[in-house]
Design a protein around this ligand. Structure first.
Ligand SMILES: [Zn+2]
Length: 204
């Protein structure tokens, strides 16, 4: 977490005081909203869904929930920085900016964040001629986050005039492995492997 307050954002890697390639997220902690950064949209969406889910909950602690979401971002960032922007009366905001050191780290941080928030999975094989996507149901997503094995059938696809079913086996939770098998209903053999790798690597 940040060690000192400053009057403006400043990237610890390039010195920029505006949105640079290292900015993972900048959040307004006074008014509790995302303001910029690569995670802006994903964060905003997640925060919106948390608020909607607790709309009728009089005991919902919005502050703690917002801090909890920022803590997730903090675990994905390499550095953070706190600052205050003075506005008119009632308009002064405290900000928290999170940075990552490299492009590679940026990609992985964005994937990790979406992995915590029910991502769309995408795999491809046959030189990308076959590209499949999968969204898990809430129930299966909950099982996956608990580390339970999840096996689901995809939507199926056609390749060279033939129909195939795709089966997705998630083994070992979000940090585990994903195998996508396929086969033709003609012989009912679905053991051919189209994709095998880290679940993490299949986040769209
Ligand atoms: Zn920078």
């Amino acid at each position: 977490m940040p060690s000192e307050d400053n009057e403006s954002a400043q990237c610890p890697y390039c010195g920029s005081d505006s949105e640079c390639e290292h900015l993972l997220l900048c959040a307004d902690t006074t008014f509790r909203r995302a303001s910029s950064g690569a995670l802006f949209e994903a964060f905003d969406e997640k925060w919106g869904s948390i608020l909607r889910a607790h709309e009728d909950d009089a005991h919902f602690d919005e502050r703690t929930a917002f801090e909890g979401l920022l803590e997730i971002v903090d675990t994905l960032a390499n550095a953070s920085h706190e600052f205050v922007i003075e506005g008119g009366p009632g308009m002064t905001s405290a900000y928290l900016a999170f940075y990552v050191a490299t492009n590679r780290k940026m990609r992985s941080a964005c994937k990790q964040f979406s992995l915590r928030n029910k991502p769309v999975f995408q795999v491809a094989w046959a030189d990308d001629e076959i590209v499949l996507e999968l969204s898990l149901s809430d129930r299966n997503w909950t099982k996956l986050t608990r580390g339970e094995r999840v096996s689901v059938r995809g939507k199926g696809y056609c390749h060279e005039g033939e129909f195939f079913w795709d089966y997705w086996d998630f083994i070992g939770g979000t940090d585990g492995e994903l195998v996508v098998r396929y086969g033709s209903p003609k012989d009912g053999d679905y053991s051919a492997r189209g994709f095998a790798g880290k679940t993490f690597g299949a986040v769209k």
